[in-house]
Design a protein around this ligand. Structure first.
Ligand SMILES: [Zn+2]
Length: 106
């Protein structure tokens, strides 16, 4: 993957600590795609911030656009390069920095 410019930033630590999956409401992956939002994933145990951009969300969840973000949160963990392995994460939407359009497949 190529490096790209993003304006995503970690929210204040207090907000991350307070985060609960219920906060994200009923938004689904499809809602994020329709709105052109990235999903920001903040580890509560370390300072890692991962951005799942709309193209990444499509790649991972193309056939599951109805998946609720709230249901996804318990399955996330701080994994991958530099990850600490914690399963405690906070998520938030971030307006994707690149042009994006999405048409749900019927
Ligand atoms: Zn971590």
């Amino acid at each position: 993957m190529t490096e790209r410019r993003t304006t995503i930033q970690r929210p204040p630590e207090a907000a991350i600590r307070r985060f609960q999956a219920g906060q994200v409401g009923d938004d689904t992956v499809g809602d994020y795609l329709a709105k052109g939002w990235s999903l920001g994933i903040c580890c509560k145990a370390c300072s890692r911030l991962t951005e799942w951009t709309p193209p990444v969300l499509v790649e991972r969840f193309a056939d599951r656009a109805g998946l609720r973000i709230a249901d996804l949160v318990p399955r996330l963990a701080c994994t991958g390069e530099g990850g600490c392995g914690s399963r405690e994460v906070a998520v938030f939407p971030h307006l994707y920095d690149d042009a994006w359009t999405w048409t749900p497949s019927a």
